[in-house]
Design a protein around this ligand. Sequence first.
Ligand code: ZN
Ligand code: ZN
Length: 417
Amino acid sequence: MRGDTKLLIFIGDGMGGRPIAELDSQTTIEAANTPAMDRVAREGSCGMLDPIAPGRPAGSDTAHMAILGYEPEKYYRGRGPFEAKGVGIEVRPGDVAFRCNFATVEGKMVVDRRAGRIKSGTVELADAIREEIPKIGDVQIIFEPSVEHRAALVLRGPGLSHEISEVDPHEPDVDYFESHALEGAEDVAGANKTARVINEFVKRANEVLQDHPVSKQRRAQGLPPANIVLPRGAGTAVHLEDFEQRYGVHGAMIVEVDLVRGVGEYLNMDVIHVDGATGGQDTDELAIARAIVEAFETHDFVLANIKCPDLGGHDGDCQTKIDAIEKVDRAIGHLLENLDWDCTTIMVTADHCTPCSLMDHSGDSVPIAFFGNGTRPDDVDVYGERACSKGIMGNLRGMEVMNVMLNFAGRAEKFGA
Ligand code: ZN
Ligand code: ZN
């Protein structure tokens, strides 16, 4: 074994699934044409993975945390901080972060949660919010626009908590809510205060945006004005040990969505942007694969994620999901050709299942395959849910993945004498 082996975790987001009657009871992975992943399975060590625990549906954020060895049960306090990091806001321990939508309201009624998917003008709107609402009481307001109608908000000040209820009703044609301390959290220090600050922020953002020139212009064009900001997904920032400090490997992340990118930023990994990585079905998977090869010139570890299989799953569209899985396979095919497998180990996995039948994440295990340096072949010869369940690795949990990878790479520390 070589101590300088490079490690690659390659995640097809939401790629796992359940059998589908119209596909002869195959899953979308089983139905897809995946020669590269099949080779990884055939020549490597296979098994199944419970990202968090058996039967526990994982979010992309918690699954990535667990796979990187950061226990979500212990460290996860909501997705807000990852979103905020993902759009480039510095988040400090104690901050409470939210993802936000620019939305359209009439009075308190939410007419459009995404303000007509507003594409321009949000930078000006965010400037106005920063200028007019720098603080509420002793709490600093940090606000950044992201793509389209999305934005992130960070509250910084003493005694804040994420245990507050949602403002965003998550559906149109109803009034937005007043936030309050979550049930059972009435006594949690800071929950009442944070809810008050958020209610005040929403009200004042509405006042600032209502007659902003961008809103006036949109009304004149017959478009819904972005006249309010609806925060959601509150999360408290906690301190996480740097990835490099924990494992002694210099790590990079090549991922497509802010949420997962935020996990990498949080762990102080190098987050590499790839031109052509859109996060959609049109993403350039070969550009992503080339970026991985390049990243290994300066890094020991890469986590890559291609998002699109998850989208087909959420839409309940099997064929789109199959096409997306075949994109993941093409990226892996490029890597099989272009990396030195005597000193590289790859794990191919999903971060969770997104079965087309559920149109959401499920708590089913996902197929995994390790290939390259240190791995041992078993009798599995294709990548998929049925096949990998017979593999040598058995059922792993997300929290065990880094140990397994470091062992294959000859980088694991001996326990005992
Ligand atoms: Zn995911
Ligand atoms: Zn998803």
